[in-house]
Design a protein around this ligand. Sequence first.
Ligand code: IMP
Length: 200
Amino acid sequence: MTPQRTLVFATNNEHKLREIRAIAPEMHILSLADIQCHADIPETASTFQGNALLKARYVKQHYGYDCFADDSGLMVDALHGAPGVHSARYAGEGHDGDANTALLLRNMHDVADRSARFVTVIALIDSEGEHLFEGSIEGSILTAPRGDGGFGYDPVFIPQGYTESFAEMSSEQKNRISHRAIATEHLLHYLSNHFTSQCK
Ligand code: IMP
């Protein structure tokens, strides 16, 4: 029997865990809770790459596991890349996706250039070192929310070449084309090529 490779995914987001476990059933993926890590890992870097690396390094250093971590956000051209790494807390600590989206629309009320992209960076640390995998999807920001699905900024983001917002798509459709799906695909491609050499 092929031994399963154990990797920690530095998250407690059940949705993300389910998604990656479904995509890569040959891997044994542990969450932060599974390794009894209850720390509030700092995300103080100014880039997605920096924040993903901070989280992965924390787990490797404190728990010894090979680990990957992700960081994502929305970058709006007319706002010089904002909300960027501040996407989750754009409207302030304790605010949710609706408040963040409302603030984004207010800040863009007179903006003609609506171009934007979602970006995900995954940092993996294994015995060979640190690796970064990126995914992005281009699109534009609506002037009012549309759709009930998804989360965060999904109701105001229309991917290029589509007429529906992310929140109007089924989760299957969004997960086929999203920034997260693209970055995860790169991660899985790397892991499948290195799978046999690094079973824990
Ligand atoms: P995280 O790093 O994946 O937790 O994402 C940080 C923040 O970026 C989220 O809280 C959302 O505000 C935003 N975000 C990231 N990915 C998406 C997405 O697929 N749809 C909508 N918002 C997203």
